[in-house]
Design a protein around this ligand. Sequence first.
Ligand code: LLP
Length: 419
Amino acid sequence: MRNFDYKKNDLYCESVAIKDIAKKVGTPFYVYSYKSFTDSYTELAKAFKSIKPLICYSTKANSNIAVLTALVKKGSGLDIVSGGELYRALKAGVKPNKIVYAGVGKTDEEIKFAIQKGILLFNVESAAEVVAINRVATKLKKKASISIRVNPDVSANTHDYITTGKKESKFGIDMDTARALFLDKNRYPYVNMCGIHVHIGSQITTGEPFVRAFRKVMIFVTNLENQGIKIKFLNLGGGLGITYDNEKPQTAAEYASKILPLIKSKKFKVIFEPGRFIAGNAGAFVTQVLYTKKTEAKNFIIVDGAMNDLIRPSLYEAYHDVKPVMKNIKLKSIKSDIVGPICETGDFFAKDRRVPDFQDKDLLAIMSAGAYGFTMASNYNTRPRVCEVMVKGNQFEVIRKRETIEDLVRGEKIPSFLK
Ligand code: LLP
């Protein structure tokens, strides 16, 4: 993981020792490298510079306003999926005409908010949504531009829960229905149907599923054009995989070399929506050992972080590397489960993993936690969400305060009939 390296025995994020952050903010916490986010963004932009795409970083991967701001300042647009994400995006200073809005269930309120702010495109996932957008836009007397998200019915060779381009999935519109919508577009006078969107899933490490999907999409677009429909935007989604363990994912340049030949004959404005590629290896989750426990069957390392803070291992059995924040060469390695304090057997970060024989108070870094880490955190077991820290060079700052118990019970109330 670039920008997370040892100097002597201490793990650093850029030029800051992670143990120093722990001293200042306590544990657990997320730590992010500014340089990792921005370098990955730049790497993708460079790989596709011949077509000058609009890269809309996928907010859901890591939506801290500081992270969004760092990317927006580099020129990134944003992919959003809710009114909440739109609010954050605007707080981060992104120009509304660099925002694209996906999701199968947008409410009238959310649609209204997005039209009023003047976002670039809605990525529309059903015929009913076209009707809803047209209805809200008519009321506002403001036209809304949309892309139709097509479901190409391809498998993405990734975890079932993050596959989105199969016909059984709730996402997108099958090509026949999508074609009918385009041919019928004059029925929606306040909708400007001008783009195609496709996103087949996440953590895709090879080019092949993308190529299969985009080939189908290009045939679809050519057919539409032959029927007199003009397509201005082609949004190819996100999905680029990263290294968690020993995967060797395609680089941005390799991806570009596969994709560019498929699309170069057309003059579309191409949009990408990378999330994990930009954020995944830009962050680690740091947690401290509370106790160790050796049973007849297993060794357990019990830490102060838990599945509510980082749910990926529990939810997808995802692998995250575990590194000592301070290497102690005296420790032998043993096979252990690294578990949190939550009352669930599924509350683990690693299972039967060879790790140093960590002792009480040792700090552990759960790596590759920059994407879908904090954004999927919850308050289960009334655990305050942890703080987030961003490092840039030798500086670091808290970019989200640790929640307090008071934060968690705010808004709760004992009803009068119980008093
Ligand atoms: N565009 C759309 C429409 C999406 O639904 C997503 C992710 C992205 C872009 C960004 O995909 P990425 O480049 O990050 O693969 N929580 C799961 C991942 C869920 C992905 C949801 N959609 C995980 O932790 O693996």
